[in-house]
Design a protein around this ligand. Structure first.
Ligand code: GLC
Length: 398
């Protein structure tokens, strides 16, 4: 079986969250099961030069974006047995961040259309195109309405995976004519609740909808979790399935991880205590082996449970001898609250604002308990990584 994996971020090249992790490890895992999987992603300027240097220019094509015609360079990179294609257009992807631009709809409409246009050029006709989240949600709609009957495109199935239903790609109704470019009679496929909604289009047209855990597959049928999409998902529940994510055990391995101070494994984790001592040193906390370190590595937003933590943390500090270590950035109210807390209890709270991949690994390795009290979590990878590094995850449940 041949799979074309289309995604807006992929580790180790570029990532902003769990989606990039999954894109980095699932194709490798499929490969081990003899599924030929190639990955397509945008060529962002933020990709490190060392990877850009490994890319080989294949060719360029012209991609329609509604009434526009846009250049698309195709670059190939081979890594650990997987072939990656990076699609180049500096107008769309030479930006200081991967998302959050006024024209994200157009950027990812271009990307989605380009994925289909490159198929004859790369000489890889997939059995399945596997699309992820709203950024590649237009692909199933484009395929079913504009490509399925074309020569060279027959009998491809599309799978759409929802990693987070909160971000749907919602825009004004004029977007189809200006940017998406589906034939007028098919424009209704994207329309929902008075908007153009990319994710709704994928739910309607993909052959299969998956999400990243069985629990989340049930949750998104409920208005509390669905961000408005439950009616359409309930209609299509027959093709919805939850498949639990995993983590790449090679990527996250305390035995080989170069970002942690001391390597260890499940048989001999004496070095975990040494990582803990280093972590205490790093955050200027007393080097007390008996004080449990409770850690959080997360976006600092209420949804991730920071409001719950904020409500009880001071009492927790005053009634236990635990040390608290937090890495993340986000809403001002939490950044300032936890900064004040760290200033008030410097020997109990270590805080680092921002996101640093190597420090995150050090925290997994050096902590005893990993706090992840998200209000809802489609799957969550951090708790799995914490388990892999011997830090016990604590979550909240309804
Ligand atoms: C999103 C979800 C997270 C999930 C990840 C990978 O980031 O919020 O729960 O683990 O995607 O699927």
């Amino acid at each position: 079986m041949k799979v074309l994996f289309t995604v807006s971020e992929v580790k180790p090249f570029i990532a902003s969250g769990g989606l990039g992790d999954v894109a980095g490890s699932l194709p490798q895992a499929l490969r081990k099961r003899m599924v030929g999987c190639r990955v397509v992603a945008p060529l962002y300027s933020g990709i490190k030069q060392e990877y850009k240097d490994q890319m080989k220019y294949l060719t360029n094509i012209v991609v329609p974006v509604a009434w526009r015609r846009q250049y698309c360079g195709i670059f190939e990179l081979r890594k650990d047995g997987v072939i990656y294609y990076f699609l180049d257009n500096e107008y769309y992807f030479k930006r200081d961040s991967i998302y959050g631009h006024y024209d994200d709809a157009e950027r990812f409409a271009f990307f989605s259309r380009a994925v289909l246009e490159i198929i004859p050029v790369i000489d890889f006709k997939p059995d399945i195109i596997h699309c992820h989240d709203w950024q590649s949600a237009l692909i199933p709609a484009y395929y079913s309405k504009m490509y399925a009957q074309r020569e060279g495109y027959e009998n491809i199935k599309t799978v759409f995976t929802i990693h987070n239903i909160q971000y749907q790609g919602k825009y004004g109704l004029d977007l189809n004519k200006e940017v998406v470019g589906l034939p007028e009679q098919d424009a209704h496929i994207l329309e929902y609740d008075g908007c153009v909604n990319f994710m709704k289009g994928a739910i309607e047209t993909a052959n299969k909808i998956t999400t990243v855990s069985p629990t989340y597959a049930n949750e998104i049928l409920d208005p509390w979790f669905s961000h408005g999409l439950d009616p359409i998902l309930n209609q299509r529940a027959w093709k919805l399935q939850g498949i639990l994510n995993g983590i790449g055990y090679d990527m996250y391995n305390p035995e080989t991880d170069k970002d942690i101070w001391f390597n260890y494994n499940a048989e001999d984790f004496s070095a975990k205590a040494k990582n803990k001592a280093e972590l205490q040193k790093y955050f200027n906390l007393p080097e007390n082996p008996d004080a449990p370190i409770v850690a959080m590595v997360s976006r600092m937003v209420g949804h991730k449970g920071f409001d719950l933590v904020k409500a009880v943390i001071e009492e927790f500090i005053c009634t236990s001898d635990a040390q608290v270590v937090i890495l993340g950035s986000g809403e001002w109210q939490y950044e300032s609250f936890f900064s004040e807390l760290a200033a008030k209890y410097p020997d109990r709270v270590g805080l680092k604002l921002g996101f640093f991949v190597d420090l995150a690994q050090k925290i997994y390795a050096g902590s005893d308990i990993f706090l992840m009290p998200s209000k809802s979590e489609p799957c969550g990878l951090s708790q799995m990584i914490a388990l892999r590094y011997g830090s016990i995850p604590i979550i909240s449940s309804k």
